[in-house]
Design a protein around this ligand. Structure first.
Ligand code: EPZ
Length: 421
């Protein structure tokens, strides 16, 4: 298990390019299962979660190649309609194959995802939605067994705007008989990217980018190609790296509108933000950021995937701030580890009260999940002395070569491979 060694206290300066969006790729790849043919997904990030999804579609019989940011999937050979526990336990997004397999083949057997570092992370909205489309769903030995001769369009209302349920039901409804309404649908850019691909494949979807999606089912779809959107969470993480170290960092090939809620909160903290045509620059030179309260919410609200990074930033800011997560009420496993670096944070229910200080000092800390590891790295960049961030395999699920990108901006950060703990 790799670890990072960070010698903190250095301000970051320069430009860095973000990769393709992990959470777009994890929906775009399974959408190829809706038809038989060859599709190309450009700007796909080389992340462990992407490799996990590619392994799963290969298990189903597809041929999937990944070279130079381009994934080429040939689904002609798909013959297995089962996503086994071994795959799904590694990554809950594997449940995204449920909708397309059911819609195209009338059958899917997918393992229930099991636990996560924080949660609960139920999939009741996926299951209830598929039942509304006429699927027969049984839970057998920890597996979802879904059957439907032909899915029938229907009106579906989501209690909460779920990214995964919206993606799964979108991929199911495009081949259903008749009209489907997805009300209170997620509007995350990754869902918009998925809808764009489905429309290129011949799907009929109205309301893309709004909370009400109207799908008119078609008999079949054709393979298509698409450009994966930039990863807004990587972009936000790199902007916070510039701010927390008092530097000046330009994040290129990002779409500011995809993380405007994060940018607005950073400006509120006192840093200067400027825009290029496809870039955002944060300038934190010479200022001590002020504490700013954040409450996470569905897009376009402040993303829960940037909550841990914000807490790290606020731990070094001036004054007290409160960070509340309304999406995942217990997504705070990073807090005890940040405290080892000297952060003064108290978690009560689903809120963290952060008393900022600029006395973070290096220590050994343990990654517990993907965004927690990003948070610890950010704090390590700002801390005086040396920080060791252990179990970097969590980070490698969702960030490609982060240590190289931060190093190119002036961070003193090194990956130490394969150290057993
Ligand atoms: C997606 O997960 C992302 N993952 C997560 O990113 C992200 O944190 C999350 O959306 C919220 O934005 C991918 O896209 C692969 P949800 P997902 O369904 O789809 C509740 C990362 O760090 N809910 O939008 O699983 C759920 O409990 C990962 O990249 C139900 O109640 O999240 C939560 O409170 C972590 N029933 C809320 O909805 C359901 O059936 C949002 O969850 C489904 C969800």
């Amino acid at each position: 298990m790799d670890k990072f060694i960070i010698k903190g206290g250095k301000s970051l300066f320069g430009s860095v390019k973000v990769g393709g969006a992990k959470n777009a790729s994890l929906a775009l790849i399974p959408s190829a299962l809706l038809t038989s043919g060859v599709s190309k997904l450009y700007n796909t990030p080389g992340l462990n979660d992407v490799y996990t999804m590619l392994k799963l579609v290969r298990h189903l019989g597809a041929d999937a190649q990944f070279e130079n940011d381009v994934v080429t999937i040939d689904t002609t050979g798909v013959a297995v309609l089962e996503a086994p526990y071994e795959h799904v336990k590694k990554m809950r997004a594997s449940v995204y194959v449920l909708g397309p397999l059911l819609a195209r083949y009338g059958y899917a057997k997918v393992s229930l995802p099991g636990g996560c570092a924080w949660g609960p992370r139920p999939i009741n909205l996926h299951i209830e939605g598929l039942k509304k489309l006429g699927a027969q769903i049984d839970l057998v030995d920890g597996y979802i067994v879904a059957k439907a001769k032909k899915l029938q369009g229907n009106r579906i209302n989501f209690d909460v705007p779920s990214v995964g349920a919206t993606g799964n039901l979108l991929m199911a409804a495009v081949l259903a008989q008749g009209e489907t309404i997805l009300n209170n649908a997620a509007m995350e850019p990754e869902i918009t990217n998925l809808a764009e691909l489905l429309i290129k494949m011949g799907a009929r979807i109205e309301g893309v980018g709004t909370p009400i999606l109207h799908i008119t089912g078609v008999d079949d779809l054709q393979s298509a190609n698409i450009e994966t959107i930039p990863d807004r969470i990587e972009a936000g993480t790199l902007l916070v790296a510039g701010a927390i170290t008092g530097g000046k960092v330009t994040v290129e090939s990002s779409n500011p509108l995809h993380i405007y809620s994060v940018i607005a909160k950073m400006e509120e903290s006192g840093v200067t933000i400027t825009y290029g045509d496809r870039s955002v620059t944060v300038d934190a030179t010479g200022i001590r950021p002020e504490g700013v309260n954040v409450t996470t919410g569905p897009f376009p609200g402040y993303p829960t995937d940037m909550q841990a990074q914000w807490i790290a930033y606020m731990a070094t800011a001036n004054g007290v701030s409160t960070v509340t997560d309304t999406i995942y009420r217990d997504r705070f496993t990073h807090v005890p580890e940040l405290s080892r670096l000297g952060a003064d944070i108290e978690v009560k229910d689903n809120s963290a009260v952060v008393r900022g200080n600029n006395k973070l000092s290096g220590a050994k800390v343990m990654s517990t999940d993907l965004r927690a590891s990003a948070s610890l790295i950010l704090a390590g960049l700002a801390a005086q002395g040396t920080t060791e961030v252990l179990r970097i395999y969590h980070l490698d699920r969702g960030y490609q070569n982060l240590e190289l990108k931060l190093g190119a901006l002036g961070a003193d950060i090194e990956r130490v491979p394969g150290t057993e703990y």
